[in-house]
Structures are given as C-alpha cells and as structure tokens.
Design a binder for this molecule. Structure first.
Ligand code: KG4
Ligand code: ZN
Length: 358
C-alpha cells in the first residue's frame, strides 16, 4: 500500500474513517474535473455479489458554456456547486439506496480545473466525514483508463491509448496502478484538436462528436499531414489543425463534410500507427482505448481494420467524463484499503506515472 495515501485506515482520527468491512462495499463516485457533474454508485448491495454499477447520474454543462465556445472555469465551478446536492438526492432515489448504505466515497482529485475539482472534492470529503466513511482522491485519467475494465475480461499487461480533451497518451499498464508513459502529445491533445478544428468548421463545442457526425456525409478526399507518424510514440496535433485552417482558406467552396472526413481520417490514421508501434515495441497484443475520443466510431473501425490486437473500449456513455468511472476506479483502490486523509488538496496537474499500487 502507498505510505503517503493510506492515512485514513489508521485509526489516528478517533477511528471515524476506518472502513467498515461488515458493510457490503458500495462506493459513491464524484466527478467534477471540468464541465460534467457526474455521480455514481459502484459496488454491491449484498456481500458476495459481483461488483457492478448500482446507479449513475450526469449533468452536462455544454449548454451553459456553448455561447463562449469553450469551458469558462468560474461558471463550471458555480454550476457544480448548484448541481451536486440535487444530483446526489436523485442518485439515491433512483437507485433506492440510503445515504448510510454508502461505505466509501471516491472523488476526482485531479488533473482538471482547480475550482471545479475543489467543488466535488469538498462535497465528497464533507459527506464522507458526516457519514463516517473513508474517502479517496482518484486520478481522473486512471478513471478513464479503467473504465473499459468495468465488465471484466481484460487482463494486464496491456497498452492503453488515452485520448481525451486534455490528454493524448500511450501508456504501458503493467498492473493496477502501475503505469508507464510510452508516448504523449507534444502540443494539443487529440480531443482539443477535434474541438479547435470543429470551431474552424463552424461547429459547436465540444466538437468531436459533431465532426464525427459531419464526416459521415463526406469523403476523405483531402490529403492532410500525419504529424510525427514516421517514428516514435509521441504525437503532435497542432500542425494538423493549422493544415485544416489553410485548407479552408485555400478552398472556400470545399464541402465541410469532406474536410471533416479528411481531418478525422488523418487523426485516426496517426493514432492507429502509434498503437501498432506501441504493441510491437512491447510485444503485447491487448489494447485498451479510453477517454472522450474513444467514443469515435471511425477510430474504432480503423483500429479494428489495421491492428492484429484485441481492442477494448468502455461503453460509449462511459468514454466521456462521468461519475461511474470515478466510483469504479475508487472502488478498486478502496477495497484494498487505500484512502486519503482529511486535507483536501486537488491537483490541476498530476502525472499518471506517480500513482502507486493500491
Ligand atoms: O474525456 P473527456 O470527456 O474529457 C476530458 O477528460 O478531457 O473528453 C472530451 C473530449 C472533447 O475534446 C470531445 O470533443 C472529445 O472528447 N470527443 C470526441 C468524441 N466524443 C467526445 N472526439 C471525437 N469523436 C467523438 N465521438
Ligand atoms: Zn476526462
């Protein structure tokens, strides 16, 4: 167990945070790292059951930020504060769970927007204190990474392609909590590149799903660059966005659907090349793809076509930010006795590799 992050299971705080093993493990997860307020319950109602999703609620702030073309951090924090308690009540009612059935609480500690993170962390910490149960700060990207494992059937070691709005990484996952970065974006994250390109095409934020939808009506007729495809496992996506900018400028009558299809093709092509290389380098044949961009069907189809590997994804609603992935990732650590102390210290930046084994 990690020495720095196991304080709560010592009974040096009058015992109020000692896990109650008589109770079936049922973990509340709280996600507020950006613009989704997600709460969920993962675990079991009775001892001996297979751990599973017991309930989930999600509020997206997309409409709130739409007119600004991106997430406004202060508005995000305020909206989380407004939503957390009503969502918690709805979650309990829908799942027919009482507050005192909750055996532990997991919250996103980072990385993310500091104000947004603090709202969920303080809510979770205070609730855990009130209920007398342990709480654990979870790494948001570990939440994404483990989401495809929720239903079981994925064994370590594997390579993970983590692609979200803030991160693009290829990670060697040797075991639970044992992650080694093989490559990452040297500039924009893939999701960020989708979002910026969508803006160039006049599509709403966040643009990934809009580009995917538009691309279905077009053909990848424009030859866009495949940045850094020739070697290594790092990515670069900012040049691709500039290439789209120039394409639009030079071809004012081009069909937006063809541009979207060409852009998406370039992205999924680079991602597939990097995954293939990572699998070859590690000698592994299992790939897990996680994060918001993993919802993209063109990416899934292209990986299926080009890789001789067993590829795993989370169900589509669990690819983008949600409370379930935090409840699940927290559950896996809490049942092994890990928890955080009373001090709430969120981390806007947090290296996945610094995580310890539970
Ligand atoms: O994981 P996520 O919900 O939040 C972060 O942790 O960043 O990822 C959000 C990102 C956004 O950039 C969004 O445009 C992208 O995931 N995204 C997609 C799709 N759905 C969401 N990108 C491509 N295709 C999609 N279907
Ligand atoms: Zn995320």
């Amino acid at each position: 167990m990690c020495p720095q992050r196991s304080l709560c299971y010592n009974d040096n705080f009058e015992g109020f945070m000692v896990a109650d093993t008589a109770r079936p493990p049922l973990v509340l997860g709280v996600e507020t790292s950006c613009d989704e307020t997600g709460l969920a319950l993962f675990g079991m109602r009775e001892h001996g059951e297979v751990p599973r999703i017991i309930g989930e609620v999600l509020h997206s702030q997309i409409a709130l930020h739409a007119r600004y073309g991106g997430v406004v951090p202060e508005l995000a924090s305020r909206d989380h504060v407004r939503r957390l308690v009503p969502l918690f009540d709805t979650l309990l009612t829908n799942a027919q769970v009482q507050k005192h059935d909750i055996s532990a609480i997991a919250y996103t500690e980072g990385p993310g927007l500091i104000g947004a993170l603090m709202t969920g962390a303080l809510f979770a910490r205070a609730l855990a204190y009130g209920l007398g149960v342990p709480a654990l700060g979870v790494h948001h990207m570990e939440g994404h990474l483990l989401a495809p494992l929720i239903d079981g059937g994925v064994d370590y070691p594997f390579v993970c392609l983590l692609v979200s709005g803030g991160h693009s990484q290829i990670v060697l996952c040797e075991g639970h909590g044992c992650y080694r970065l093989l490559g990452q974006s040297i500039d924009d994250a893939v999701g960020e590149c989708f979002d910026k390109t969508a803006k160039l095409l006049g599509l709403p934020y966040p643009g990934g799903a809009h580009i995917e939808a538009l691309a279905k009506n077009g053909a990848p007729i424009y030859d866009l660059p495949r940045p850094m495809a020739h070697k290594g496992l790092d990515f670069s996506f900012s040049g691709l966005k500039t290439a789209v900018h120039n394409l639009i400028k030079d071809n004012p009558n081009a069909h937006k659907a063809d541009i979207a299809a060409s852009f998406q093709m370039a992205v999924v092509d680079v991602l597939a090349i990097k995954c293939k290389r990572a699998l070859a380098q590690t000698g592994l044949s299992t790939l897990v793809v996680a994060g918001g961009v993993s919802a993209n069907q063109a990416l899934r189809a292209h990986l299926q076509k080009t890789l001789q590997a067993c590829v795993h994804y989370a169900p589509i609603p669990l690819c983008t930010d949600n409370g379930t992935m935090i409840a699940h990732a927290g559950y896996l650590r809490l049942i092994k006795g890990q928890s955080s102390d009373l001090a709430v210290a969120c981390r806007p930046r947090w290296d996945l590799q610094s995580l310890c084994l539970p």
